[in-house]
Ligand binder design. Sequence first.
Ligand code: SF4
Length: 208
Amino acid sequence: MTYAVKEIFLTLQGEGMQAGRRAVFLRFAGCNLWTGREEDRAAAICNFCDTDFVGMDGEYGGRYEAGTLAARVSDLWQEGERPLVVITGGEPMLQLDGALIAALHARGFEIAVETNGTLPAPAGIDWLCVSPKAGTEVVQRSGDELKLVWPQPGIDPEALTEWDFSHFLIQPMDCADGEAARAAAIGFVMDNPRWRLSLQTHKLLGLP
Ligand code: SF4
């Protein structure tokens, strides 16, 4: 098994309950809800994506085996306590498996994963974030945080609170009318205090 990787870089986690933690980001290439090509966006199941996950041409992008990929992640972390890798995409569940989880754990990493939830998560993930997309069947209905990009017509947030998550987060959509999205997200949390606001702080800070 080899893994198609778009890019790997050291940064701060910008979103969710782990925001502010130093982390190596491992971005897999490919998603099951959009090709990543602009000409396909309007017809895609998920059409508000803000990420380039196409190809393997980013920093340290390429095709890896589990051991060499874990070694690259470890090299980028350098040193320091509580090593954290955030595996994202694209949709990481298209590729993430037990061999890579074991290789990263062997190097001492805590493994966080960000997924759209349409594919089941393999065992061994330490922090699972599911971000549901309207019009999809979410099969992964348990984890650590559920992060809902907002506003998203076609999703009933109340129904999501039946799922088995420790944290429920609303995150304003990064879109042309960002001001309206932020106002909608703030209003939602003010009306629904079980939910908590998540901001994309890496964008505010100019981080990747
Ligand atoms: S599911 Fe995630 S990675 Fe895929 S197109 Fe939507 S936002 Fe982008």
